[in-house]
Unconditional design. Structure first.
Length: 390
């Protein structure tokens, strides 16, 4: 008899969490599971990946009415005035939560196992006896910017789950250190991809005049509270002025920090060289044609875009966040790691990879060895075994 699996996610946009969710929905064994996906809030036209959900997955929105979500959408792209934010949080948020809880309870009644894919529905799940799995995608120490009171509260929230999936060993070690009472609940399962499918998508034509110019590429959400494109842009300024490189910098992604980042480019007189490409449903041709892949972030859970770049055999420079990049890049043997927030080190590392062919070849050999860890078949088997064990 099939397990009735309910997967919950707060919203579906175009980030790393969303990418992995779509990948898993495609790969789950339909002979073992019947699957429903519940999306907490409909984000309408911002849902870049909605059409990537397999057609046999039953999708339910817990909240969909436009008047209840319009300010959430504005906030997501950084355009919501303070008055509207206050109205949304004090008036509309309680209404949303009431409707979400009501609709979620109906789905729970028809399910055998629940996966809370972004660990946000704890308050709605606390009183259900159905087995519950949480996926946690961030560094525990960096979560809530290290606020001790909020981190203690996080421990109480996570306690309602039967298992807590961390997406790298560094994150699991942090979790055990901070919440030893939950140590038996933590399990590491790497994010992974269908590597052949990525290569196939990367082979699609890249119909843009920008692709004709050599370029460095970054792919990430434009959200500077976590990400750190500011450091990459400043590093690029050094590369242009001191190292005289001719490669441009292209940035794929959207987010509420876009205007701030564009203004930074203007102040640094870089608008001629840096291009914001917005959302790209298929970023892989851009990755494939790039000369180098750059990743700059203040903290991560894992940094799955690094795996995508590795699958296309790209030379990589990444900030060494507390969790994620070091483990993915084999402690610097499959890509260059630089300190967080250090534009000088990033500029030097990018220049070395662009110009030192022997060093680049060494890094690419490391990429070929390391990428084998992140095959989707291994990960799906681990997730399915975890679900069935409950």
């Amino acid at each position: 008899m099939k397990k009735r699996l309910l997967i919950i996610v707060s919203r579906l946009l175009q980030g790393g969490i969303d990418t992995m969710l779509i990948e898993y929905l495609k790969q789950f064994d339909r002979d073992k599971f019947s699957i429903k996906l519940a999306i907490g809030t409909c984000m309408e036209e911002q849902e870049a990946y909605i059409h990537h959900i397999p057609s046999d997955i039953e999708v339910s929105y817990l909240v969909k009415r436009h008047f209840l979500i319009k300010y959430r959408k504005q906030k997501n792209i950084g355009k919501s005035p303070i008055v509207k934010k206050t109205y949304d949080e004090t008036i509309l948020s309680p209404i949303r939560r009431f409707i979400q809880k009501r609709n979620l309870n109906k789905l729970i009644a028809e399910s055998d196992v629940i996966i809370d894919f972004d660990s946000t529905f704890y308050s709605f799940l606390a009183n259900t006896s159905i087995p519950k799995i949480a996926f946690f995608h961030f560094s525990f120490k960096q979560y809530h910017h290290g606020n001790e009171k909020k981190l203690r509260r996080l421990g109480r929230k996570l306690n309602i789950y039967d298992k807590i999936v961390t997406i790298c060993d560094e994150m699991k070690e942090e979790g055990i250190e901070m919440y030893p009472e939950l140590s038996k609940k933590f399990i590491t399962i790497y994010n992974a991809f269908d590597l052949e499918a990525i290569k196939k998508k990367a082979a699609e034509p890249l119909d843009s005049p920008l692709a004709k110019h050599p370029y460095i590429l970054a792919v990430q959400r434009l959200e500077e509270s976590q990400k750190d494109l500011t450091t990459l842009i400043k590093a690029y300024k050094i590369l242009i002025e001191e190292y005289k490189i001719t490669e441009r910098l292209y940035i794929i992604g959207e987010g509420k920090s876009r205007k701030e980042l564009e203004n930074l480019c203007k102040r640094l007189k870089l608008t001629e060289y840096i291009h914001f490409l917005g959302l790209q449903i298929n970023p892989y041709p851009w990755i494939r044609h790039s000369k180098l892949f750059a990743f700059s972030s203040k903290f991560e859970g894992f940094g799955i875009v690094l795996i995508e770049a590795m699958s296309l055999e790209k030379a990589i420079v990444s900030t060494n966040c507390s969790t994620g990049p070091s483990e993915i890049l084999d402690n610097g043997n499959a890509g260059t790691l630089v300190p967080v927030g250090d534009e000088r080190s990033m500029a030097e590392a990018i220049f070395q990879l662009l110009t030192d062919q022997t060093y680049q070849a060494q890094m690419l050999l490391g990429v070929q060895r390391q990428i084998k860890k992140f095959d989707i078949n291994n990960t799906i088997q681990q997730i399915e075994e975890l679900i069935l064990s409950l």
